[in-house]
Design a binder for this molecule. Structure first.
Ligand SMILES: [Mg+2]
Length: 231
């Protein structure tokens, strides 16, 4: 019986703080406060004025104009502090037979350099936006992830359609772009909530606070339950 844990990245596998997109805009020389182009574009996407891909494309134009290089992107990743207890959590889940995924609206190259190889190796797959660079190393295009916002829900639905029992799926996230997953009925855990209706139990089944990701382990690994299943 396949058991799966799906993780968001920003604010879930990282410590609370600015998200990767905010850092990218700043490293490309822009402000991110009220009235900024960053805010403006994001609000227009949220308000349905254009698609996720168009939001990516328009963001890319600004980042390119700001000479954002591949070196800067991986440096942002390397400087982003991981949540404490990440390695222990992933190792414990893997040892207990869980398949692990990242389904994120962040950026692949940042995720990889942030969590480092000894954590990355535990994931069966990582879904996120993918940056491409020109010959000078400056960002040229972004392949958008199909699995952000509503897409996170769609990812879980695809997993259920592929034969994984919804009772064996856990999603761990922290914010409003994870909320749709709650509609699938799988177990949802909110860690250190940020701009999400964390008290709504139709969205989040459990909420945990703390510096260490290990806090989610007792909610996922239920030894008693697994023994009962064997009889
Ligand atoms: Mg997040």
């Amino acid at each position: 019986m396949e058991k799966v844990v799906i993780f968001d990245f920003d604010g879930t596998l990282t410590q609370k703080g600015e998200n990767a997109w905010q850092k990218l805009w700043q490293w490309a020389g822009y402000k991110i406060g009220e009235g900024s182009e960053y805010r403006n574009l994001f609000n227009r996407y949220i308000n349905g004025e254009f698609s996720y891909k168009e939001w990516n494309d328009r963001t890319c134009e600004y980042l390119r104009a700001g000479n954002l290089t591949s070196v800067k992107v991986v440096t942002i990743g390397a400087l982003t502090p991981m949540i404490l207890g990440l390695n222990q959590t992933l190792k414990t889940l893997a040892e207990n037979g869980y398949k692990l995924y990242i389904v994120s609206g962040s950026i692949k190259q940042i995720i990889r350099t942030c969590i480092k190889d000894d954590n990355y190796k535990y994931f069966s797959a990582v879904y996120a936006n993918d940056f491409h660079y020109d010959k000078d190393g400056i960002i040229q295009s972004i392949t958008p992830t199909p699995f952000d916002f509503d897409g996170k829900k769609r990812f879980v639905e695809l997993m259920i359609q592929s034969g994984v029992n919804p009772q064996n799926i856990t999603f761990v996230g922290n914010s409003y772009n994870d909320e749709k997953v709650g509609e699938t009925g799988v177990r949802t855990i909110c860690i250190n909530p940020e701009l999400t209706r964390h008290e709504d139990r139709t969205i989040w089944k459990d909420v945990v606070y703390g510096d260490s990701l290990t806090k989610i382990l007792p909610l996922i690994i239920d030894k008693k339950h697994e023994v009962q299943l064997e009889y």
